[in-house]
Design a protein around this ligand. Structure first.
Ligand code: PXP
Length: 259
């Protein structure tokens, strides 16, 4: 996902990585085989996304091992695998070899990734883990809060990429808070860029709040999931209803007698 060229060879200033976890959430809600994240990924890819992001959680609540395997075998754009820094995930990443692995903190009971990694307090551990992951051929990204000490820790750990957690910005409840959170993101992005890190960002971004973050010139990729999948549901509903009605009416017209 570090590539600054689109599939058509155009130069791009900012890329979009689409997180398709919630396509799998919908599938898991009914235990069906659809909607298939791979099929969704093809649509996302054709629409011009610069990467596909999936989070293989310890509890496999949405994306499953098999999804990651199939995506890796079929995608033409880079895959960013979000994962906890565990030995199980290291083994999976070394087998699947995604272009990027983003290390995130994970707690079973959380609804979504609630905070950034506390990289500053785990430098030796994350340095070793990142080195092992890098040796498998993937580019390591650390999902951190926009704090100078976390950015500096990421550089010390040796990860080439950081993803700045935009959740506090997205959850701001006043203009003043949003301005302050944006400033924290801008300063963290600038510091990371100065330290030679690739800067990505994401979490909680939507069609209303994305503009100010997208304008931060050091940010290379925004990873966005929930808002895009939610919009797809709303925009796709009328077509889905029409398709179903058409099938029903056709069956009635043909006066089907069943088997
Ligand atoms: N980046 C990271 C590291 C995440 O954990 C998530 C959520 O899975 C996202 C980006 C996307 O967040 P959202 O679904 O709120 O757009």
């Amino acid at each position: 996902m570090g590539n600054q060229e689109s599939l058509t060879g155009d130069r791009i200033d900012i890329g979009l990585g689409v997180n398709i976890d919630h396509v799998a959430t919908l599938r898991q809600a009914r235990g069906t085989r659809y909607p298939d994240p791979l099929q969704a990924a093809f649509v996302v890819q054709d629409a011009g996304a610069n990467g596909i992001t999936v989070h293989l959680r310890e509890d496999r609540r949405h994306i499953r091992d098999d999804d990651v395997q199939r995506l890796s075998a079929s995608l033409l754009i880079p895959m960013n695998l979000e994962m906890a820094a565990t030995s199980e995930m290291l083994a999976i990443a070394s087998r699947i070899k995604p272009e990027e692995c983003c290390l995130v903190p994970e707690r079973r009971e959380e609804l979504t990734t609630e905070g950034g990694l506390n990289a500053a307090d785990k430098i030796p551990l994350l340095r070793d883990y990142s080195a092992s992951l890098t040796a498998t051929g993937t580019r390591v990204s650390l999902f951190i809060d926009p704090e100078p000490r976390q950015v500096e820790a990421a550089a010390e750990i040796g990860a080439p990429i950081i993803e700045l957690h935009t959740g506090a910005y997205a959850d701001s409840t006043s203009r003043g808070q949003r301005r302050d959170e944006l400033q924290r993101l801008q300063e963290a992005a600038m510091l990371a860029h100065t330290l030679g890190l690739q800067v990505n960002a994401g979490h909680g971004l939507n069609y209303v709040n994305v503009d100010d973050v997208a304008a931060v010139s050091q940010i290379k990729i925004l990873n966005i999931g929930h808002a895009i999948v939610a919009r797809a549901v709303i925009h796709g509903l009328s077509r889905a209803v029409m398709d179903m009605k058409q099938l029903m009416q056709q069956a009635r017209r043909e006066n089907r007698k069943g088997f």
